[in-house]
Design a protein around this ligand. Structure first.
Ligand code: F0G
Length: 443
């Protein structure tokens, strides 16, 4: 296997490089890593990717991740050779990314006041969230470096996905979760797929610190989005959206923001596609935070010490981030939202997220729990299913339109990140006739 890919520190002034086979989530100076490719993939592949949808029983063509394998070929495999692919690539029988593509949802469009709104339900992945896109690639790398056990912290979806892929590949999986803060459907999946659940007293940030510490102690393999191979798989969310639009980028791409893995992977996919000449226009990213867990919103928009935090061409003001985290710790400010998936105060990928926002001239907004629930309910009225954190997307789009940041004739792609895994949220919502889209029962 030759190496035309490597791991490289994201900070331009550092730029340390490591082989693909190294197991690490940061460079020796503590910065996040990117996977870098030496060869430029030909745009002729656009046709090949499309044709693979008629997959002829090849699960790597059927998979909405591995269909795009030449754009994330960190294994440097012979991409047309089925035997080669099956030796290296991890797939849940071709199911990751297979059903997710942009759809028009007329009731959401009418509500937010936007004709050209596409919503991509990443909940239609095998474990029920976008995480499977990145888990198939992270576990591929784990297998490549002969790992027998993976480890993660999670608000629920990462652990469900990690546990599912680990079970399917017959490797062990430890998941660190904030006790009492994970939707029952997600927790049930981790148990059901045979993972070892470790409950942490605290929030997701505490669980992540504990799991990273453990991984460091025992040389464990972390599959959180700080793993650069996770980010590679999640680029395919954007590839599927762009393919559906004939590789003509929309004006906006909208994500809920938590640990900012998605924002990072979206940014990386756009940076690469632009550099490789696959796209001529750069869409703008809009990240939607929950009001109760709004670190990125606060720092990006200068709501803390009047400093607008930016990537600043690779020279971000990391001191302001540290200062804000200390301020939160000192004042007992804890993230609090019913959308537990994004109940995160210290987004581990904040620097990559900032880089993505700078490259795309992005914006960050925030919405309330009520707005997210309304968004979630409305997606349901179109016959699609999403969880409350994903409801941040319609809610955020509506807000940005009202602020005239998104214009009414803009083309917008919103990513609905996960399926409903806490039935009590829609049940309580619909039973309360005060809610905007309530559908209360009759007795
Ligand atoms: N939406 C859902 C449904 C999620 O589960 C998450 C993150 C996000 C959005 C935020 O995405 O971190 O890429 O900004 N869930 C993680 C987990 C943290 O552990 O399942 P992000």
């Amino acid at each position: 296997m030759q190496s035309a890919a490597l791991q490289k520190c994201i900070e331009p002034k550092c730029g340390l490089e490591y082989p693909i086979f190294d197991i690490r989530i940061e460079c020796d100076r503590g910065h996040l890593l990117d996977i870098k490719y030496k060869n430029i993939p030909s745009t002729l592949l656009k046709d090949a990717f499309y044709k693979r949808r008629n997959h002829a029983n090849n699960i790597f063509n059927e998979s909405g991740v591995w269909r795009f394998r030449e754009l994330l070929n960190f294994c440097q495999i012979d991409t047309e050779n089925f035997e080669e692919c099956s030796k290296y690539l991890v797939s849940l029988d071709g199911s990751e990314g297979r059903l997710s593509k942009p759809y028009h949802m007329s009731k959401v469009s009418d509500y937010v006041g936007l004709k050209n709104l596409w919503l991509q339900p990443e909940g239609y992945n095998p474990s029920g969230s976008f995480k499977d896109n990145g888990m198939s690639t992270a576990v591929t790398h784990a297998k490549l470096v002969k790992i027998k056990k993976i480890i993660c912290a999670s608000t629920g979806n990462t652990s469900a996905s990690a546990a599912m892929y680990a079970a399917n590949e017959n490797i062990e999986c430890d998941v660190y979760i904030p006790s009492g803060e994970v939707a029952p459907g997600k927790l049930g999946q981790a148990f059901q797929f045979g993972a070892q659940v470790i409950e942490i007293k605290g929030n997701f940030d505490d669980a992540l610190s504990a799991s990273l510490l453990k991984a460091n102690e025992v040389g464990g393999y972390t599959v959180n989005s700080v793993n650069p191979f996770r980010i590679e798989g999640q680029k395919t969310i954007m590839f599927r959206a762009l393919e559906h639009l004939d590789w003509n980028p929309p004006d906006w791409i909208v994500y809920p923001g938590g640990a900012l893995g998605n924002t990072s992977s979206c940014g990386k996919s756009l940076m690469e596609l632009y550099e490789w000449g696959w796209i001529k226009k750069i869409p703008r990213i809009a990240v939607v935070n929950s009001e109760g867990a709004n670190t990125l919103y606060t720092l990006y928009n200068g709501k803390f010490e009047d400093t607008k935090l930016r990537w600043n061409k690779g020279k971000p003001d990391v001191e302001i981030i540290k200062k804000y985290y200390t301020y939160m710790d000192k004042n007992g400010i804890r993230p609090k939202t019913k959308a537990t998936a994004i109940q995160i105060a210290k987004p581990a990928n904040i620097l990559k997220g900032l880089r993505a926002l700078e490259f795309t001239n992005g914006v960050v907004t925030q919405v309330s729990d009520q707005e997210m629930m309304d968004g979630m309910a409305l997606v349901g009225l179109n016959g699609f299913d999403c969880e409350m954190a994903s409801g941040a997307v319609p809610a955020g789009v509506k807000k940005l339109i009202a602020e005239e940041i998104i214009k009414k004739d803009d083309i917008v792609v919103g990513i609905l990140t996960g399926r409903q895994k806490d039935a009590s949220i829609p049940v309580d919502y619909h039973k309360n006739s005060q809610n905007k889209f309530a559908n209360p029962p009759r007795t």
